[in-house]
Ligand binder design. Structure first.
Ligand code: ATR
Length: 280
């Protein structure tokens, strides 16, 4: 039996940890929209077929998460500017029957900072810790905000160097240990790694010589107060947690598929926090 209303998905592998269904289905109910958003585990071998057949299968679009963002990037008919710069797609929708790929991670990052601090866009120098997929979207967002310099510091410096190369002059790679030297000039400090989490290594630097007016934010939102944010709080600088990035990145997709701009407010935020507190 066909599902009623507008259908959307998040596909990933694994996907069961995704909180996107919780967020989108909450908004669907709140705005009285007939439809459903579901998590679909799609293995790497099946993702091509899955994306090709999504319209036939009645989907208005969906989200793409790890490890499919790069495959989706190569499969769509056209890309929005963010997906094009980040070289990864996290949101799919149709325009005139053609499949379009967008990336809303940079938007989510920027919006989260704009909502929680007025002045992040006035900064000039940023430190980004980590050089993985999340880092790419975040560097794009920071450059869009007209920062002059983004230092990407990573355990594997070569990976930071490869990432920096694709962005050009303003992005400078370095080792994690360079943080201590760079903190006095950093307006914005972003962690994108699981460093400091249980079972991972500790940060090989502290934030003691960060500027008093620096802003620290984390792409990781489980737990909400990451080891990095705790370190920033102990130093007394402003912090913005990563849950807002997750919530804001969901907004453009919801608008595309369901036609309404959903509110990122305490209600949806608390819903995700309550889910995080459940023992899975
Ligand atoms: P994502 O897409 O979420 O950014 P990823 O691509 O797996 O995830 O990247 C994880 C990042 O965390 C990388 O920058 C990784 O450093 P390496 O490139 O050197 O692997 C960093 N990271 C993870 N665990 C780490 C650890 N124990 N010590 C230092 N860096 C770590």
């Amino acid at each position: 039996m066909a599902e009623s209303g507008i259908q959307a998905f998040v596909c990933g592998h694994p996907v069961k940890h995704s909180r996107s269904p919780l967020i989108h289905n909450y908004w669907l109910e709140r705005y009285g929209i007939a439809g459903r958003y579901r998590a679909i585990d799609v293995s790497p071998g099946n993702v091509g077929y899955f994306i090709q057949s999504m319209q036939r299968n009645g989907f208005a679009g969906g989200n793409v998460t790890i490890p499919h963002k790069e495959v989706a990037y190569r499969m769509v008919h056209s890309l929005d500017p963010a997906a094009s710069a980040i070289q990864a797609v996290n949101t799919l929708w149709f325009e005139g029957g053609k499949l379009i790929g967008g990336n809303t991670d940079a938007y989510g990052f920027a919006r989260n900072l704009s909502v929680n601090t007025k002045d992040w866009v006035h900064g000039e120098t940023a430190l980004v810790i980590g050089a993985g997929g999340a880092s790419r979207a975040i560097i794009h967002a920071i450059l869009n905000a007209r920062y002059r310099r983004v230092h990407v510091l990573n355990r594997t410096v070569d990976r930071a160097a490869k990432l920096a190369e694709t962005f050009g002059d303003g992005v400078v790679p370095g080792p994690l240990e360079a943080a201590t030297r760079l903190l006095p000039v950093a307006d914005l400090i972003v962690n994108t790694t699981s460093l400091g989490m249980e079972g991972e290594g500790a940060f090989p630097f502290n934030l003691n010589n960060a500027r008093d007016d620096a802003i620290a934010t984390d792409a990781v939102y489980v737990p909400l107060r990451t080891a990095f944010l705790q370190m920033a709080q102990a130093r007394g600088i402003r912090t913005v947690d990563g849950l807002g990035m997750l919530l804001h990145q969901a907004v453009p997709g919801f608008m595309r598929w369901f036609g309404i701009e959903p509110a990122v407010d305490a209600a949806v935020r608390n819903l995700v926090i309550a889910d995080m507190e459940k023992v899975h």
